[in-house]
Design a protein. Structure first.
Length: 332
């Protein structure tokens, strides 16, 4: 998908045409979201009624919910792109938009949520929660990745520790971390940030969305830039103890030339990173959650979801936290 349209003047519409395309696509996504929510409601009603193939409906419902999450992310991205295009066409520049245009590399302010998160990680220690599992608990009002929806508590799976140790001790430089959508790959990336901030030291380039890079340095703050600007600024130079974590949307390829360790977090569809895997690499599949792990996660982060509800959803969708706890917590 193209980014912000070209400059003013000349030609047949440039920025206006791109803006219209984004507006049309955004409208289509909104309409698909509305229709999908209707379909989910119908499936849920069928699931509660007698006489239907419960497993078939549950499978369809899980697929619809996964598609809804993807569409809502796309809606947010298109809305942001539309705002940037409207600002670029004149008269709509906000103070923040102007600053981004003038400063390709931007150091985030101390009070921004992601900076508060990064600073807080340095003081967070593993503790044993009420469920008996190890958790990382941020201070009140501070959220994982700076995103309130991710909450303030992260349950540390044993596989997070094992995978981190395997990857950091390996002689290879390229890794793919995949698994069932909703299994917790992004939370493993956040656990990685904690290890760097609190234990290992060093720095992390964390690239998300559409090529938006954030540079986290263990003894400093957070900077943000588009990938091209980050490359020009030397973020991807050969720097000791620098990791490159990639959690991109759709079929966006990671940067291929980084000499440090690169970990790509993605779905099993390798068309999203087919150029990256042409070079030697290792692929890991994040395991499904055990029954005990799900119970510990519910106790630590989703106590409002009853154990009976969790077990029922797990029987229908499998032991995938997004389906049996996170979406249930949102009423989906």
């Amino acid at each position: 998908m193209s980014g912000v349209g070209g400059g003013s003047g000349g030609g047949g519409g440039g920025a206006d045409g791109a803006g219209n395309d984004v507006a049309q696509e955004l409208a289509e996504v909104k309409e698909e979201i509305r229709e999908l929510k209707k379909a989910i409601k119908v499936q849920q009603e069928k699931l509660e009624a007698a006489g239907y193939d419960v497993m078939q409906i549950a499978t369809a419902l899980a697929a619809d919910k996964q598609r809804l999450v993807e569409l809502q992310k796309k809606e947010n991205r298109l809305a942001e792109q539309q705002r940037e295009q409207q600002a670029a066409q004149g008269g709509g520049d906000t103070k923040d938009t102007k600053r981004r245009k003038l400063e390709p590399i931007r150091e985030l302010a101390e009070d921004e949520p992601v900076v508060r998160f990064w600073k807080a990680l340095r003081e967070v220690k593993e503790e044993v929660g009420d469920s008996g599992a190890e958790v990382l608990r941020l201070p009140d009002g501070v959220f994982w990745g700076g995103d309130e929806e991710l909450g303030s508590t992260l349950l540390v799976r044993q596989c997070y520790k094992d995978l981190f140790d395997i990857i950091t001790s390996s002689r290879r430089k390229r890794f793919v971390m995949t698994g069932t959508p909703g299994i917790g790959k992004s939370f493993f990336a956040l656990y990685w940030l904690w290890r760097v901030a609190n234990v290992e030291g060093g720095s992390v380039i964390y690239e998300t969305g559409r090529f938006v890079c954030r540079l986290f340095v263990s003894d400093a703050g957070v900077e943000v830039a588009k990938r091209d600007d980050a490359m020009s600024a030397g973020w991807f130079d050969d720097i000791a103890k620098r990791f490159y974590l990639v959690d991109l949307e759709e079929r966006a390829e990671p940067y291929h030339q980084f000499r440090g360790k690169t970990v790509v977090f993605c779905s099993p569809d390798d068309r999203r990173y087919h150029e990256f895997i042409k070079q030697p690499h290792e692929k890991f599949y994040m395991p499904l959650w055990s029954d005990d792990e799900l119970k510990q996660l519910r106790a630590a982060c989703f106590a409002n979801i009853s154990l009976e509800t969790m077990v029922s959803l797990a029987e229908a969708y499998g032991n995938v936290p997004r389906h049996v706890l996170a979406l249930a917590d949102k009423g989906l």
